[in-house]
Ligand binder design. Sequence first.
Ligand code: HEM
Length: 449
Amino acid sequence: MPLPPGPEAPPWLQLARWMTAPFAVLDECRARFGDAFTMRLWGLPRGIVIVSDPLAVKEVFGLGPDEAHAGEANVVLRPLLGEHSLLLLDGAEHLRQRKMILPAFHGERMHAYGQTMLDLTHDSIDRWPVGSRFAVHRPMQAVTLQVILRTVFGLEQGPRLAALADLLRRVLDIGSHPALLLHPLQRDLGPLSPWGRFLRLSDRAGAILRAEIRAGRERGTAGRTDVLAMMLDARDESGAPLSEDEVHDELVTLLVAGHETTATALAWALRWLLVRPELVARLREEIASAGGDPARIAKLELLDATVKEALRLQPVIPLVARVLQQRRTIGGLDLPAGSFVAPAIYLVHRRPSLYPEPERFRPERFLGWKPAAWEWLPFGGGLRKCVGAAFAVYEMKMVLAALLPRVEMRLARREVRARRRAVTITPAGGLPVIVSTRRSREAVATRAA
Ligand code: HEM
């Protein structure tokens, strides 16, 4: 059973290109080999079969917990996330933890977080410089980090939150370096080496998180609406709670999976919006009609379409991988047990048959149209679909609703390249922009009223 053809370059070279230019690699391979091809990446025991025909993607997403594993494919993340992380578990253990975490991310629960998301964005904008160039990805990261610390971890404003935020920002900055995903570089060569520094800082952050978990258990969770409180209250079918290690690894996972990704998606959304001023004008009008109410903002149609289009055109994560546990036919290919198969989010999103003029940013294409789960998949799919998908979309809407009416800005550079930060693909240089006008929060609120 030969795997489909793919590039012949040696695996180390394929890995180097994949790490530095993932979109270009996918575009080239599809042009040469079609919808399915095999990449051979140094460090993987066998080739990884990339699929991009929506029906093949549907088949992958339909595989059961014993037919395909995603945790096994994410194993490089273990030192970052911990062995109990949802991203690394498979089979029954994955389902058990997923069921305990999922209710905390139910769409309806998001409304408890909307005002916090709006307020944190406004506080950030108050500090943006006017007239000078700055990288907008940074404040987006700061906002999404604060949002997680408040709404997921349940921390209140104060010195503890500030200390943890600072520590986590430093840990996440080191952890975002793509080279640290390579096993041989994950070695502790003392406190000055990147991995050594990473381990020491994450130990300190871990101690604070564990103290929070214990305090939550001792004090009880009455009156709390955050995700940590819900995780502490969750029970599995046998009535058992998550252990301290499990809650700790899940908090780290939610932080790592939820902060950089959302900040990057927002930076990409701004990248496209800043070259479509007439669309921004329409969005401002629509946002004003919601009168600052998070529940109404969440339902705005053009804003919803804009967020969807940003996640389509430049998906933050280019593909998701599974390891087949049994021989399977996927997209007409007969694949043996042990095969790596990966739906390429980026390639599905660039199919002209699904998305005419796929390179253009046209949110209007989503007005009145709901793509199937295997046609629009920035959050992956099936049993492994991102648990934070509703959270991320909601947060993106709140941030844009606070930002667009208050700030006039332009791109500092016309050309915006994509650059890898660990598993996410971000705008190079953090998307430098120049703000020409920054209105006060009150001025915008008055206009809306
Ligand atoms: C725009 C922002 C985000 C993007 C693009 C994104 C994307 C993804 C993708 C592609 C996956 C893998 C899905 C698969 O294998 O099929 C994933 C998994 C996951 N994401 Fe997100 N994510 C985002 C935000 C978030 C947020 C805000 C959270 C939580 C606060 C979160 C938590 C998780 C978790 C826990 C998983 C593992 C799910 C599992 O294995 O069962 N993500 N995400």
